[in-house]
Design a protein around this ligand. Sequence first.
Ligand SMILES: Nc1nc2c(ncn2[C@@H]2O[C@H](COP(=O)(O)OP(=O)(O)OP(=O)(O)O)[C@@H](O)[C@H]2O)c(=O)[nH]1
Ligand SMILES: [Mg+2]
Length: 641
Amino acid sequence: MEKRVILGTAGHIDHGKTALVRALTGVDTDRLKEEKQRGITIELGFTSLPLPSGLRLGIVDVPGHEKFIDHMVAGATGIDLVILVVAADEGVMPQTVEHLEICRLLGIRTGLIALTKKDLVDEEMQALALDDVQDLIQGTFLEGKPIVPVSSTTGEGKEALLEAIEHCAREARERSTSGVARMPIDRVFTMKGFGTVVTGTLLSGRLALSETVEILPSGHRPKIRGIQVHNEQVADAAAGCRTAVNLQGIEKAAIRRGEILSEQGRFAPSYRVNASFHCLKNAPKALPNRFRVMVHWGTERVFGRIVFLDPIPAMEPGNTGWAQISVESPIFPVIGDRFIIRDFSTNHTLGGGVILDPRAQKFKAKHRDALIPWLERLKSEAPEDKISYLVWKQGVGGCSLKELIASGQLGADEAQTTCSALVEKGELVEYDPEQNAYVGSDAVQGLSSRILDLLRDFHRTSPYQRGMPKEALRSRLSESIPDKLVAFTAGWLTEKGEVAVEKDRMRCVEHQVHLTDKDEEMRRRILEALEENGTMPPTVKDLEEKTGCAETRLRTLLEYLAEQNELIKVGEDLFYTVPVLKDLESRLVRHLEEKGEILAGDFKTLSQTTRKYTIPLLEYFDRIRLTLRVGDRRVLREKKA
Ligand SMILES: Nc1nc2c(ncn2[C@@H]2O[C@H](COP(=O)(O)OP(=O)(O)OP(=O)(O)O)[C@@H](O)[C@H]2O)c(=O)[nH]1
Ligand SMILES: [Mg+2]
């Protein structure tokens, strides 16, 4: 497939950006009446340039006027190579500098310089302008790149410029088409006969006809009716293309520039990001901590605030540091996204940087020591670091492969391979293979210790119970921990031989119920007292008096003996010894086999008890599914084969 490259212009007002695009492509990208009247660019202009080699570039022409820097930033988002336009008769001017700085902050990696209006200057003037430019680009990504004198009026220098563009386009990087599709919208319009069209630069992934996409933050989910790339209808568009998308079932008024078009259901809104931030050397003054600013991200701009992670009152011009940017309206960033910060009252560009945590927790000074080494690692933008961080941040919440792909701006295969490698290394654990959900090994360790602590506590306070009911254990753990992770960790602890699971209870393997001599004595007394009165044993209250054992302790012992199958719990306050109850049970069965049914009154006679006992006993036999209640009678329950 043909390489996809987008070229953008940059430079001071009136330096000949639009004229140069026209000289190269034959297209006047200043379409608005106002633009034509005033002779300046206001909105972004778009066209394409077929190069002699056959490579076809998408072109974005930006306005130079300082009032329209917002549009310039939106246009420069997503460009791969920049032509910095400097008029030879004026040389470097304020927006030449500002645009270059914005390109640097946006991470544009390559480009060249067009020294325009060559026809208006003599050799000497041209040499002066050239010096000017050389000073400007020193130490930037444009250092060492071609500086081509050109005249859009006479066409002189055009060939050399095309050659330089070709060369640059070859070395421009290619965007990944395997990630999740994302396109910041830079234009919305209606086309007669088609309906709503949005345009932008597809930053990652692919878009295809008939797909349902999502517009964020509005959340609308229209269907793609048509796609155009370079003015041609296509079935799909890949990352790195200037793309026009015709949307079905949505009004133009429902979408605005700044929103993003993306694969549906993949991005959650973010109000806070952690980033590396550079304060421009040309910023008018030190940037105070917590300053309210305009944040430009993609084609969007939102109010926000910048908080430095280091304890500094302000950041000096020219410095770089860690910052948290909080925004007042949602954005949908991924790791590695760039942003620009401007002072909305003075219209100055203050700085910008790289988003490293796209969905950050509110920063507190106590987070600094744990956070900064991660941010440092994330600068590499290596998939391994991105995944480790995203999973670490979720703690015991876990993270699905799907989330990792979206937030980490990763390809599906790349993410899967990296996760598997991290599992192999023992850093991650896949606790839910069905959902491809991961958690950090240290989070599993932490959860294990917590479970062991809870079990030990339980054994301490309930020494006569053989284990903690699983439900009780779950309710003591935070709801944010997925059930599957609890089950996974319990399984892991069992495998390691630290806990044992019996039916619905879990215990530490070393836990055993020990009766003290006093307990043994009490056990003897209880059994004796219960046996003494046959089918009418003392209730718990009576037992308390008979044995002299306090209620709580007595109940604990009774529950324990029931668990050991030495007693049978018939009601909350009623326990029977096994021989007595088994005898009664067989008498009941015999009766039912002979007579087919029994009334409560007959059972009273059969069991030689009073009403106090008959009701709990009958209910007990119902409960163990020996009998079935039919009106006021009991019959034998059919035994299932
Ligand atoms: N003689 C001469 N004039 C030029 C050349 N390039 C541009 N111009 C003129 O300079 C003026 C400004 O050119 P534009 O192309 O509109 O400048 P721009 O950089 O696009 O301006 P903005 O978009 O408003 O920032 C126009 O009148 C052009 O005709 C050139 O190479 N030679
Ligand atoms: Mg222009």
